[in-house]
Design a protein. Structure first.
Length: 101
């Protein structure tokens, strides 16, 4: 996905990258649902992933057979792993956003 839209990708802010990663991982409908729920939740910013959208989800919270995690937890873990835990591996793709949140 990054290689297909490199010009647009470079223009996005860090938080936009996290939201884009969530949409790529679990689908844009899932992210839109999270935004709606977040907007209705006091203190939640629907424009931010960390501390915002990651805390709200319309996805199943029930553990899935064979995975050991719910769909909501899988999406949250994926975004956290790519954007924070394994950030060094993706540094060439993040460009100037690699050092700031």
């Amino acid at each position: 996905m990054v290689q297909k839209s490199w010009g647009n990708y470079r223009l996005m802010r860090w938080t936009g990258l996290a939201v884009m990663d969530a949409a790529c991982n679990s689908g844009p409908g899932s992210v839109l649902m999270r935004r709606r729920l977040c907007a209705d939740t006091q203190g939640c910013d629907p424009a931010r992933w960390f501390g915002g959208l990651e805390r709200t989800s319309g996805q199943s919270r029930r553990r899935q057979m064979g995975c050991g995690q719910s769909f909501a937890d899988m999406t949250n873990a994926h975004v956290r792993n790519v954007m924070l835990v394994r950030r060094g591996r993706y540094r060439p793709y993040f460009g100037e956003w690699a050092g700031s949140l």
